[in-house]
Design a binder for this molecule. Structure first.
Ligand code: GDP
Length: 424
């Protein structure tokens, strides 16, 4: 096995954290390469239950080096709090097992403010942001209007750069939104409170990764969210502001020459989506409540109830293609155990025509789900650990999905715990 990326195939929340936590046993390095503290990767292991927002999900494995790559939105305030929470539960975090790229850009306090201000301005047209400042952060990064972590080691340059950014950003805050301006003093306090604390963890992680690769170490790339939230390939503008695809992993991690041989796409056995935007086949009423409760579908970061739907095979096939997935982990199959018959969305009706191709996002508002039903298995499968032991109906469901999405399902997850997995 060469390097591997673990990515989401759908709208996020597929169970990537759980898969990274499981598979890190075979890897030396885990890198988060995009996104920010708006993630909520749930991991349950011997240390307890965690919703990791920015920390890579390999942080619990002794001997694994975890890296926050240059592509992430590095929010030092949230990161420091998260590090404290994890350390309190007995997990050791040192500059040996956690390294932050000196080329990662800083999410500054005004990014969160601007996220909030813009969502309020949009009122009922809001994007459904988690208000963690991610969109304003990435806009500024690509405008070259934020700081990079490595600048912390050059205090004079840093001060000058910060003063320039402050002058510029206060124009937007005060003149566009009528908000309070920031002062240099406030920012310096914030820097002191958070950036100084994470400074010992900042390294040239690109160099580290190149050396690791040359030494034959195995690297796992961990994505946030899923294909349909990818800035370029997702349901724009209801996407995130970075690329969630495996193809971005080499760039966002700091190892541009990385050759990724295994792309494990995580798919949930039914569909969920948080926030705004089109969601074909969405369930409402009692049917939705039953599925939401069975799968405990509430946001790991925000606690928001997730929107639920039957497994969307059209979107999933597209997600598999966009990720160029080589294998699929199908999670939460156990959640469907209560259903007599299981709905799946096999096609869309777009402009009266049946299609199995995922359309341009603007066409999604009108798209209707074509639903088929597969027989349920109506028994607890959460203790099953081998493919042979699964009831026939559950195997049929997995095989039907595999056929429809065009990718081998190599893992079937039947519970949130590390060992609730069937290798196939
Ligand atoms: P991520 O952001 O992709 O890591 O996914 P989340 O952590 O937001 O959501 C996945 C949720 O499903 C978490 O609460 C996991 O503990 C849980 N989970 C993952 N796999 C399984 C599974 O196979 N069965 C059940 N019942 N829960 C699972």
């Amino acid at each position: 096995m060469g390097h591997c990326a673990i990515v989401g195939i759908n709208w996020g929340d597929e169970g990537k954290g759980r898969m990274v936590d499981l598979l890190t046993k075979d890897y030396d390095v885990v890198v988060r390469y995009q996104g920010g503290g708006n993630a909520g990767h749930t991991v349950i292991n011997e240390y307890g239950k965690f919703a990791l927002h920015l920390l890579p999900s390999g942080i619990f494995r002794k001997g694994v080096v975890n890296i926050l790559g240059n592509g992430v939105a590095l929010d030092p305030e949230n990161l420091w709090k998260e590090m404290q929470d994890v350390m309190k539960k007995g997990v050791e975090l040192t500059p040996d097992n956690l390294k932050i790229s000196d080329r990662a850009s800083l999410l500054l306090p005004w990014h969160r403010d601007l996220d909030e201000l813009e969502e309020s301005r949009l009122k009922d047209k809001k994007y459904g942001s988690t208000k963690q400042g991610i969109a304003p952060f990435y806009s500024d990064k690509y405008q070259k209007k934020t700081l990079r972590l490595g600048e912390l080691f050059y205090p004079e340059t840093l001060k000058r750069h910060l003063a320039e950014l402050l002058e510029w950003k206060n124009l937007t805050l005060t003149k566009v939104y009528g908000a309070e301006p920031y002062t240099m003093e406030q920012l310096e306090h914030w820097m002191e409170d958070y950036c100084e604390k994470i400074k010992p963890y900042i390294f040239d992680t690109s160099l580290f990764l190149r050396n690791a690769q040359n030494d034959g170490k195995k690297i796992l790339f961990e994505a946030q969210l899923g294909s349909l939230r990818d800035l370029d390939y997702g349901i724009y503008p209801y996407t995130t502001s970075s690329n969630t695809t495996a193809a971005y992993a080499p760039i966002g991690s700091g190892l541009p020459g990385a050759v990724i041989t295994d792309v494990i796409g995580v798919v949930k056995a039914y569909s969920t989506c948080v926030g705004e935007g089109p969601f074909v086949g969405e369930l409402f009423g009692e049917e939705a409540d039953a599925l939401r409760e069975a799968g405990f579908e509430y946001g790991a970061k925000t606690g928001r109830p997730r929107r639920v739907a039957p497994l969307d095979l059209v979107a999933t096939r597209y997600g598999v293609e966009v990720q160029a997935a080589t294998s699929i982990a199908l999670t939460k199959l156990d959640v469907l155990s209560y259903m007599e018959k299981i709905p799946v969305c096999t096609h869309y009706l777009v402009d009266g025509k049946k299609t199995d191709r995922f359309p341009f996002p603007a066409a999604l508002q009108q798209a209707q789900a074509v639903i088929e039903y597969l027989p349920g298995w109506k028994c607890d499968i959460s203790k099953v650990r081998t493919w042979e032991e699964l009831p026939k109906e559950a195997k049929d469901y997995v095989e039907f999905t595999e056929q429809a999405i065009g990718c081998h399902i190599g893992f079937v997850s039947v519970g949130p715990e590390r060992d609730s997995i069937i290798y196939r």
